[in-house]
Write a protein that binds this ligand. Structure first.
Ligand SMILES: Nc1ncnc2c1ncn2[C@@H]1O[C@H](COP(=O)(O)OP(=O)(O)OP(=O)(O)O)[C@@H](O)[C@H]1O
Length: 295
C-alpha cells in the first residue's frame, strides 16, 4: 500500500477540509462559485426512473432527481413514503427493479467499487461491529477503505475528538448509547473523506448536545465542497440545515429543488410539507372517546 498521507484519490476521497489540519480546502471550487457547482462537474446525484416494489407494495414508484454537488440536501416524507428504500437503492445496498443512479457521474450498479469509494453512508438500523471499541471500529473501517495506518490513526483521533467520543474510544460499541452509535457511525462514514454523504435519519434518538455536534461536523463538511443527503421527519431541522429539499409521498417525489422554491408561498417548510403530502386535510377524526374528563 502506498504512502498516501496528504493525498486523496487513492483513498477515493476528495481533498480534506480544513478541520482535518493542514489539508487543502474545497475541491474544485473557484472564487464566487457555489459549492460544488464547478463548470462541467457532474451532479452529486442523478436518479432516473428509479423503482422498487415489494410484492404488491410499490415502495418507490419511478423517481427522478438531480442534485448538484456541494449542497446540504434533505429528503423528507411521511412514514412509509419510500425514503429508506430510495437511499438504500441510491447507495448500492438494495437493487432497484428499474432505473438509473449515478453518483458524481458514476453508475452505482455498473461501477459499485468506484462509487462506494466516493460515498459515505449512515444507514438505517446502523449495524455495527458491536464487539469492537469505537477506535477499533474506525481503524478497521479505515483499513478496509485502503487508508494507510498513519492516516487512519490521525483521522480517527480527530473525528473522535470533534464528535466528543475520545473518552469512550476504548469502550465496546455494544455499550454505546444511541447518540454515541450515530456519532461513531458518522465518523466511520466520514473517515475516507467521501464526496457525497448519505445519512438515514442521522438525528433520530440523538440528544440536543450530540445533535449540535453532528450538525457542526456536517456544516463544515458541506462548507468545504462535500454533499450531504439526509432523510428526516423533523422539518425545522431540515429547514435550518438544508439549502435543497426533496419531498417524497407514496413512493413519488412531489417536490424538489432549492429550499426557498419548495417552501414557496408557505410560511414554513412544515406548512409546505403538510400541504404537499395532503396531511393538512387530515384531522384526528372521530376519537371523541379519547381524553380526560367524565367517562
Ligand atoms: N423489505 C421490505 N419488504 C416489504 N415492504 C417493505 C420493505 N421495505 C420497505 N417496505 C415498504 O415500502 C414502503 C416504503 O418504506 P420505507 O422504509 O422506504 O419508507 P420511509 O419513508 O423510510 O418510512 P419511515 O419514515 O417510516 O422510515 C413502506 O410501505 C414499507 O412497508
Amino acid at each position: 500500500m502506498g504512502e498516501a498521507h496528504g493525498t486523496e484519490r487513492n483513498t477515493g476521497g476528495r481533498p480534506l477540509p480544513s478541520y482535518y489540519g493542514d489539508r487543502a480546502g474545497p475541491a474544485g471550487r473557484g472564487a464566487g462559485q457555489q459549492p460544488g457547482e464547478a463548470s462541467g462537474a457532474p451532479p452529486a446525484l442523478r436518479v432516473r426512473g428509479l423503482r422498487k416494489r415489494f410484492g404488491e407494495q410499490e415502495a418507490v414508484a419511478g423517481i427522478d432527481l438531480e442534485l448538484p454537488a456541494g449542497h446540504f440536501a434533505g429528503l423528507v416524507g411521511p412514514n412509509g413514503a419510500g425514503k429508506t428504500t430510495t437511499l438504500s437503492m441510491v447507495t448500492g445496498l438494495l437493487r432497484p427493479d428499474e432505473g438509473l443512479v449515478e453518483i458524481v457521474g458514476r453508475d452505482v450498479w455498473s461501477d459499485p467499487v468506484g462509487v462506494k469509494s466516493r460515498i459515505g453512508v449512515l444507514p438505517e438500523g446502523l449495524r455495527l461491529f458491536e464487539r469492537l471499541s469505537g477506535r477499533e471500529l474506525l481503524t478497521f473501517t479505515g483499513r478496509l477503505r485502503g487508508l494507510p495506518v498513519r492516516d487512519v490513526d490521525l483521522r480517527a483521533t480527530q473525528l473522535l475528538d470533534v464528535l466528543d467520543l475520545s473518552a469512550a474510544q476504548h469502550k465496546l460499541v455494544v455499550d454505546y448509547s444511541t447518540g454515541m452509535r450515530k456519532k461513531i457511525g458518522l465518523a466511520a462514514a466520514l473517515l475516507h473523506n467521501p464526496e457525497v454523504l448519505f445519512l438515514d435519519e442521522p438525528f433520530e434518538g440523538v440528544d440536543p448536545v450530540s445533535a449540535q455536534v453532528i450538525r457542526g461536523v456536517l456544516e463544515r463538511y458541506t462548507a468545504t465542497g462535500g454533499t450531504v443527503v439526509f432523510s428526516s421527519h423533523v422539518m425545522e431541522l431540515v429547514e435550518s440545515l438544508c439549502d435543497w429539499v426533496a419531498v417524497m409521498a407514496a413512493g413519488r417525489i412531489v417536490a424538489h429543488g432549492p429550499l426557498a422554491e419548495v417552501r414557496g408561498e408557505a410560511g414554513t417548510l412544515q406548512d409546505a410539507f403538510l400541504s404537499l403530502v395532503g396531511a393538512d386535510r387530515r384531522s384526528a377524526g372521530d376519537l371523541d372517546w379519547l381524553g380526560g374528563g367524565p367517562k
